[in-house]
Design a binder for this molecule. Sequence first.
Ligand SMILES: [Zn+2]
Length: 388
Amino acid sequence: MSFRSWTDVRGHTAQIGVLRRICASQQPAHAYLFEGPDGVGKRVVAWALAARLTCEAPNDVSGACGACRSCHALQRGEHPDLTLLERDGVSIRIGQVRDALKPLRFEPVLGRAKVLIVDEADTLREEAANALLKTLEEPPSRTHFILVTARSQLLLGTIRSRSQTVRFGDLDSADIEAVLIAEGADPSLVAMAAPLAEGSVSRARTLCDPKWLAAVDRLTTFILGLGAGDPLRVADAVAGLGRTLEGLTLHESPDDSPLTASPTATAAEAKALATAERKGGQPATVKAAPTAVVTQLKGLDRVGLRWALDVTRTVLRDAMLVGAGVPVHTLPLARHGEALVALSTRAEPRAIAAAIDVCLAGEAGLVLNPNARLALEAAWLEIDRLMR
Ligand SMILES: [Zn+2]
């Protein structure tokens, strides 16, 4: 991902409105904290804000103009004033933070400001977070930080309190469909995948594979039958799910929206950029675009377990909604209407809530439980008992 403008962002109208107004007021904050679920487009907005803050000729509609030297540099993915800090392995280390903070001591080379995007800011190790905090407390002039996270509760309170928080909600189905169709996905698959994606583009991207849609369907049928059959079949279902998931590809965040075309820089622009960099007397910071995380499942591994618990939770939640009087045809799992009604009749709302807690506990225990098969079997057996 490189250049983004406000008009590239799907949904999140209120958030964009706030950021537009802040930018237009000429008093943008030093630090923003973008928090909200994975896969809804927080990073797209972060890049659009970075482009707007560094643009030499911003406007009220698109934010960044898309035509100045700064915007062209972003389009090439090599803006000297913009740095992306993202985890190396499981965390962001202090050395990475120090390297990312160094260029902030200098004046902006090209644009009007320097921007540091910290992706998955919750993965900052403690000493790395403290190093960043020091700079947040006394930010260099014309410097902006954009921290992106789906788990802001894991951030230092002092970092949170020094940042202006922008909260992001789920994307609606129509926005997800628009994003995926713009990426070239099959519209008939998108129509089935988007409503099941729980507001997440990356989840919808995964589901645009007929094999995944079939897997969700089979799993939904199984979950809706819990409490109505022989508990022994739970073990068979776990084994069967392992075979189903083998080799399937799962898209996880970073989230994304349709990629804009990146025009190639003209020779004159390249020369202007090189000159500007020399004048600045500092090396250009190379910004790699966040790459999509794509995992190929090896049967029922931890990723598969998390997915299975997630689907289980979604199905149970829909059953709960049906029990509370929500019309079946309005739910993503409408085609399982009869079974949803049957489950919501069979099980007390309190029991369904307890079953949802079992899923959440299973997801929270993922780190501790090395055996995904056993963990899923235990969770489903418990839910089976609760649904009777
Ligand atoms: Zn521009």
